[in-house]
Design a binder for this molecule. Structure first.
Ligand SMILES: [Zn+2]
Length: 246
């Protein structure tokens, strides 16, 4: 069966001598891998047609019993040249694509993830990101994957947690609880931390967070990712260091 989709390249690696495997996040078929046969030969029509962070229109022969499909045609729609010049934006885009690649299995994906990645790459291409980009993107990915709690209400007794009441995060269960339901279990989440997270989700984040709140949100997202996705702590550290550099 030949299928057509719009897709963003998350990862590329060589295959045999002259071919390449491209892992994509696609608009309608989720995460998939395609083999571009002979793509590295001099006169291949694939040459230069797919690269990291490109949005492409792809035509592929879907093999139902395998995760690796055969790429038939690939036409770049947006090659995002800004990433060749802005190394911080490129580092942020690499981290974002790598996180999606690790956190998602092959196959259908929640529709919001493709939109999230496309919008994120668009923003990165026009504005150099700072370190707050990382926990914000992670938070939105966790929400799209259904792995993050609600930040405004206790998951057990439904007590309102919008105000100053203390609360704790049970990262293993992805649940936020009021102090009495948590009974001392989990990591405390300050009212300022919850407010910042709600701001990140609604898009109404103040331009900069106090250092203490930034650290809290960073550690909360790290804790959730550690339990629910395959967190690559080292590449996360490197990404933070690059985005914080002067
Ligand atoms: Zn409660």
């Amino acid at each position: 069966m030949i299928l057509k989709d719009e897709a963003i390249a998350l990862r590329l690696h060589p295959y045999a001598n002259t071919s390449r495997i491209v892992v994509w996040l696609s608009r309608t078929h989720g995460k998939l891998a395609t083999l571009a046969k002979g793509s590295q030969r001099d006169r291949s029509p694939f040459l230069g047609q797919a690269d990291l962070f490109y949005t492409c229109e792809i035509l592929f022969y879907a093999r139902e019993t395998r995760h690796l499909h055969i790429l038939k045609d690939c036409a770049p729609r947006d090659i995002r040249p800004a990433f060749r010049a802005d190394w911080k934006a490129c580092a942020a885009a690499s981290y974002a694509a790598g996180l999606l690649d690790r956190a998602m299995p092959f196959g259908p994906a929640p529709a919001g993830l493709y939109e999230l990645l496309a919008a994120t790459l668009e923003q990165l291409a026009v504005r150099t990101p700072g370190p707050a980009f990382i926990p914000r993107f992670e938070l939105r990915v966790l929400h799209e994957l259904g792995l993050a709690p609600r930040w405004d209400v206790c998951s057990r007794c439904r007590a309102d947690l919008n105000g100053a009441a203390p609360a704790r995060l049970d990262a293993a269960h992805g649940a936020l609880q009021c102090e009495s339901c948590a009974a001392g279990r989990g990591r405390p989440v300050s009212p300022a931390g919850r407010q910042a997270i709600r701001g990140m989700l609604s898009g109404q984040l103040p331009p900069s967070l106090p250092e203490r709140v930034f650290r809290e949100v960073r550690d909360l997202m790290g804790g959730l990712l550690e339990h629910h996705a395959d967190l690559d702590g080292r590449s996360r550290e490197v990404a933070f260091r690059i985005l914080a550099a002067g």
